[in-house]
Design a protein around this ligand. Structure first.
Ligand code: NAD
Ligand code: ISE
Length: 342
């Protein structure tokens, strides 16, 4: 079976995923696209021979669309995800699931009323080989119970449109999701402390930020978000347990020895750093749809939790205090399913 996918939003990541679904993943065809910028949609459609639709609702209900990929701006995600649920079609939504708690809960309620999972959220870290190995070691008990986690999420630069809240909503949201999954635990509070600001940043931006989280089991997490670090795209994660620690590996790169130095290149953006993870994420999503299975990747509930916790992180920075996250208890409907660890 060839799964026919319709894509809503043909910007940066939309084009990346269209290329991936066309060139890398088998058993799938991009048959439909739409974008509020018609020229962008036409351009993306011409590349792959897809039809252009006027808007999301028209694309979602089209006969030659079996599944929907939402890669538009965050505040527009909820309407498209709700539209796909109403049409009974599987929907992959890039993060965030929605920007407000209320919209996330509307999606969760609509999906539970439908009675079967349809929604997967684009938290690709769960498909990164290194993250899966981390989970495998933590789950095996080799390092004992996790006590502390030290993380860093560094981007070389960000555009002027990137504002201080985005450090939590756009950037830290990846760690928020992957740590809930790695630790099989819930984040219960957030705090943000800010060191001296980097001089190479737009003046409106608070950068870096150090986010401090506590989980229900009492694990303490420190996360440095530094989006003007200049030197590269760098993701670090070290989980310290009672009997050892486990650390995320850096991406493989050849070592070069010359002129009295030994060096390895660093990546400079998320596209390269998580290319394999995105490929695996979509291979598994498409294979599940072709097999008629409900998705087992990050769920609408995970999307809800990530939005609640990232919003609490914003409030913590603004207030300067410790803010309770207040994630509700997970309904039984969302228990169990998760991508495998290694
Ligand atoms: P972008 O601005 O490059 O592209 C978004 C596109 O959506 C634009 O072409 C815009 O015209 C279109 N659009 C907006 N509203 C629309 C609507 N209602 N209907 C149809 N089209 C609409 O942004 P981007 O960088 O590609 O980000 C898109 C989404 O992907 C965001 O939610 C972002 O957080 C997420 N993202 C995820 C990752 C990741 O690592 N997983 C990385 C980058 C972006
Ligand atoms: C971007 O939206 C992403 O999702 C990237 O993975 C992240 O590193 C970056 O900081 C965000 O802006």
């Amino acid at each position: 079976m060839t799964v026919r996918v319709g894509v809503i939003g043909t910007g940066w990541i939309g084009r990346e995923h269209i290329r991936r679904l066309t060139d890398t993943v088998t058993g799938v065809e991009v048959t439909a696209v739409t974008d509020i910028d018609a020229a962008r949609a036409e351009d993306a459609a011409a590349d792959v021979g897809a039809r252009v639709f006027a808007d999301g609702p028209e694309l979602i209900t089209a006969d030659d669309v079996d599944a929907v990929l939402v890669t538009s701006w965050g505040p527009t995600h909820a309407e498209h995800v709700l539209g796909a649920i109403a049409a009974g079609k599987p929907v992959f939504c890039e993060k965030p699931l929605a920007t407000t708690t209320e919209d996330c809960l509307r999606i969760v309620e609509a999906e539970m009323a439908h009675g079967r999972r349809l929604v997967q959220v684009g938290f690709m870290r769960r498909y990164d080989a290194g993250c899966r190995q981390l989970k495998h070691v933590i789950d095996s008990g080799r390092i004992g119970e996790a006590l502390m986690v030290h993380c860093a999420h560094r981007n070389p630069t960000v555009p002027e449109s990137y504002v201080s809240d985005m450090a939590a909503l756009d950037t830290a949201v990846h760690e928020i999701d992957v740590l809930r999954w790695l630790l099989d635990d819930e984040i219960v509070s957030a705090q943000v402390v800010t060191p001296r600001s980097a001089s190479k940043r737009f003046a409106h931006l608070t950068d870096p930020q150090i986010m401090l989280y506590e989980t229900a089991k009492g694990v303490r997490i420190d996360l440095e978000v530094f989006v003007n670090c200049q030197y590269g795209y760098d993701i670090q994660c070290e989980v310290v347990g009672e009997e050892g620690l486990v650390r995320l590996p850096d991406p493989a790169a050849v070592g070069v020895r010359t002129a009295g130095q030994h060096s390895t290149a660093l990546l400079t953006d998320w596209v390269g750093r998580f290319a394999d993870a995105f490929d695996t994420e979509f291979r598994e999503w498409i294979a599940g749809i072709a097999a008629g299975d409900a998705p087992i990747g990050p769920s609408a509930w995970d999307g809800y939790a990530a939005t609640v916790i990232s919003n609490a992180t914003v409030e913590a920075r603004q207030s300067g205090g410790v803010v309770g996250a207040g994630v509700k208890p997970r309904p039984a409907f969302y228990a169990g399913a998760t991508p495998p660890s290694a």
